[in-house]
Design a protein around this ligand. Structure first.
Ligand SMILES: Cc1ncc(C[n+]2csc(CCOP(=O)(O)OP(=O)(O)O)c2C)c(N)n1
Ligand SMILES: [Mg+2]
Length: 357
């Protein structure tokens, strides 16, 4: 007869820059220059401005259903800055800031959210997959890409994004399990924004943390303050550095400040008090406080940056709105060859002068 503990696990939580912009000097990454923190702040602001622009276009009927990212800028920009050019990212549908920070052209961004698939062809150097709406389905793709990178000995790492809701999908567990067994260079970031549409985190899982889901897969797991761009940068950089020994799961604690998508009304299921409590944890505010304390930022620089960003955004929107798609593209690239029934529809559309109005 015997009864003994056979396994113990511990999940750490990391925060480096607090809500007042104060940093923990011991944890602050040695390789991170203040000039890079300025760049991070600029990209976070740009992300927020881009987001507001698409929302406004959507309300004017100039963009399709859109999932806002406001509140999640630190987790997306921190992780994008940790990636190296050859690393590959695998998004769901909310990582607009990751695309932007990886150099995805702004006009293509607006073209896509205007409803044109032509905006969803990702330039090779951006090294990322297109938007994936079916929850969790990006995860096996990410594990497969990481497998290929290991097989080819490329040294590149795959960074996958998944929501708190996505962690309840079989695809999530299967991918982590596979990545653990084959010790794949895969870094998975859980964007725990506390909600999966109207389902709160508390109803998503009885597990105390989502990071501990790493334990069952036999891989590293850590929880970070997802509104702290420095903590996210460090967690992802560490995971990339250690990727030769296997995958890491990072749970970024953040908050979806706005609606799930433009088709949702969050006031139906969550309180203003909750939203206001998270406003105090705004990911941009603390970086600004940090930079101001180091005399690296000012109201003048802020105004200049907002103006420059807006000009770049307006120019990109103009370009995207001038784009005239070839209507035939509705019929092409659906099948490897065009079935008769689709050809008939195309012929009918041409005969009816469908796209000339
Ligand atoms: C397989 C599947 N089921 C349901 C949906 C509808 N749906 C779209 S997003 C979403 C919630 C996702 O929540 P989470 O993973 O936390 O990501 P978040 O939207 O919060 O970023 C659901 C249920 C879907 N797109 N795909
Ligand atoms: Mg969520």
């Amino acid at each position: 007869m015997m009864l003994k503990g056979v396994f113990n696990a511990n999940i750490y939580y990391m925060q480096i820059m607090d809500e007042n912009g104060k940093i923990d000097a011991n944890l602050f990454p040695k390789d991170l220059k203040d000039s890079t923190v300025v760049e991070m702040y600029k990209k976070m602001s740009m992300a927020r401005q881009l987001d507001a622009k698409v929302l406004s276009l959507q309300r004017q009927g100039r963009a399709v259903t859109y999932a806002p990212l406001i509140g999640q800028e630190a987790e997306q920009i921190g992780s994008a800055f940790a990636m190296r050019p050859a690393d590959f990212f695998v998004p769901n549908f909310r990582q607009h800031a990751v695309y932007m920070a990886r150099g995805f052209p702004l006009d293509k961004f607006f073209m896509y959210w205007r409803g044109y698939e032509e905006g969803d062809s990702i330039p090779k150097e951006v090294n990322g997959l297109p938007v994936a709406v079916p929850v969790g389905t990006q995860m096996p793709h990410a594990a497969g890409i990481a497998y290929a990178q290991k097989y080819r000995k490329s040294g590149a790492v795959t960074i996958a994004y998944v929501g708190d809701g996505g962690t309840s999908e079989g695809d999530f567990y299967e991918s982590l399990n596979f990545a653990g067994v084959f010790k794949l260079p895969l870094v998975t970031i859980i964007e725990n924004n506390q909600w999966a549409i109207s389902v709160p985190r508390s109803k998503q899982s009885a597990a105390q943390t989502l990071a501990q889901k790493a334990v069952a897969a036999g891989i590293k797991g850590i929880q970070v303050d997802g509104n702290d761009v420095i903590a996210v940068y460090k967690a992802v950089s560490d995971a990339i550095r250690e990727s030769a020994s296997g995958p890491t799961l990072i749970e970024a604690l953040t908050y979806r400040m706005s609606m799930h998508t433009t088709a949702d009304d969050p006031t139906k299921y969550r309180s203003d008090d909750e939203v206001n409590a998270w406003k105090a944890k705004d990911p941009l505010l603390r970086v600004r406080k940090y930079l101001e304390s180091k005399k690296l930022w000012s109201d003048e620089l802020e105004a200049k940056m907002l103006d420059e960003n807006l000009k770049a955004i307006d120019a990109a929107v103009d370009k995207a709105e001038q784009f005239k798609p070839d209507p035939k593209s509705m019929f092409e690239n659906v099948y490897s060859f065009m079935p008769d029934v689709l050809k008939e529809e195309e012929d009918e559309a041409i005969a009816a002068n469908f796209w000339q109005g």
